[in-house]
Design a protein around this ligand. Structure first.
Ligand SMILES: Cc1cc2nc3c(=O)[nH]c(=O)nc-3n(C[C@H](O)[C@H](O)[C@H](O)COP(=O)(O)OP(=O)(O)OC[C@H]3O[C@@H](n4cnc5c(N)ncnc54)[C@H](O)[C@@H]3O)c2cc1C
Length: 344
């Protein structure tokens, strides 16, 4: 069986869903509110679970070519520069670091031409037992299913799960940037109530993130770069140099939020995916990776196949609800049960 899907949101999760649907012969339209398909933000890492999901989507090779090995998990330092732990020379690392735009581009290139419509801000969803219709200012479209991939502040979630609490501020805030830098292997420096992350990126760049506590969300500064530099004065090289080299307008300041798990990510013909379903603290380095897993699992359920990543969705360690958007809406319910998993 094949059908038509409307995906709301053209971020990494929405594009991954479109790629996954294309592979199983479904048609999709991705509605993205931004005027052009692009990923804003800085860098990220992807762990083996996400890379396996990218393999399942047929873009593993292209993704690996866009990523750079990062030793951020094994180079652990203190603000004075001492190493708590140091990656051994020649040691392999399971983590790949990406500029967000690079991973987004890999996915976008795998989406059939004409599937992504930009400048469309979805405002409504209505459904009956035959179809689901999405509306926006000046238009509407009907499909067999809707995938809400419209991020942590999802309109689709708000419309179909009106009782769910808003995203929760986690008491932390982050400054992020990308700048030119070479020969940085990746590291995390842990200070009092704060840490500083460095990932190497392709093209002679590095991504940095400074995460610290904050009493409330929404605290902003006239000069975000100067504020980050001030807070990190005295931290070891190359931290001050990385901030100094980052263009002022390229420093991003975001508050850290997550969502409580929902009992189900499916309402009738509508399923949530990615941050719309289960936004999580970025400390896990998993949010985008989980959205890619969601896409692979959802497509496998639609195709009636056991997913290559299904074990990730059902192992006891991962039994938290956010890995269950594969729970099938009505058209998917005929899928046979997956085989028992023995591990990841
Ligand atoms: C500081 C920080 C660091 C992180 N580091 C990592 C990391 O290392 N590894 C990792 O895997 N994850 C990381 N994450 C998490 C990751 O960024 C998110 O989980 C991921 O971007 C979620 O993708 P998404 O497609 O679900 O949502 P989004 O990226 O939020 O995309 C949603 C899209 O929907 C569009 N949209 C929204 N509303 C509408 C509407 N009404 N109509 C149409 N379009 C709409 C938006 O414009 C956007 O393009 C990090 C997050 C933060 C904040």
């Amino acid at each position: 069986m094949t059908g038509r899907v409307i995906v709301t949101g053209g971020g990494i999760g929405g594009l991954a869903a479109a790629v996954a649907l294309h592979r199983i012969g479904w048609q999709a339209t991705v509605l993205e509110r931004a005027p052009e398909p692009r990923e804003i933000g800085a860098g990220m890492s992807q762990a083996p679970n996400a890379m396996r999901a990218l393999d399942a989507l047929g873009v593993g090779e292209q993704s690996r070519a866009a990523g750079v090995p990062t030793y951020s998990a094994t180079n652990l330092r203190l603000p004075d520069g001492r190493h708590l732990q140091r990656a051994r020379p020649g040691e392999a690392t399971p983590l790949l670091a990406f500029h967000r735009a690079d991973l987004h581009r890999v996915l976008l290139e795998a989406v059939p031409a004409g599937w992504v419509r930009t400048g469309v801000q979805v405002t409504g969803v209505r459904q009956d037992d035959r179809a689901v219709t999405v509306t926006w200012n000046g238009g509407e479209a009907t499909a067999d299913l809707v995938i809400g991939a419209d991020g942590i502040h999802s309109t689709v979630r708000r419309l179909l799960w009106p009782d769910v609490p808003a995203p929760r501020f986690l008491g932390r805030t982050a400054w992020l940037g990308v700048t030119g830098a070479t020969d940085l292997p990746g590291s995390i420096t842990m200070g009092p109530g704060a840490y500083f992350l460095i990932h190497p990126l392709g093209g002679g760049r590095a991504y940095w993130a400074y995460v610290t506590t904050s009493p409330r969300p929404g605290v902003r500064y006239d000069d975000e770069k100067a504020e980050a530099a001030h807070r990190l004065r005295g931290w070891h090289d190359p931290i001050p140099a990385l901030i100094a080299a980052t263009p002022k307008e390229a420093v991003i300041h975001v508050d850290i939020r997550d969502l409580d798990p929902l009992p189900s990510y499916v309402r009738g013909r509508v399923a949530l995916l990615g941050d719309a379903a289960h936004a999580m603290s970025p400390d896990r380095g998993q949010g985008a990776g989980q959205s890619i897993e969601d896409a692979a699992v959802l497509a496998a359920a639609l195709a009636g196949e056991p997913s290559t990543t299904h074990c990730a969705a059902t192992t006891p360690n991962a039994a938290r609800a956010p890995r269950r958007p594969c729970a099938a809406p009505a058209p998917m319910a005929a899928a046979p049960p997956p085989p028992p998993c023995t591990g990841r």
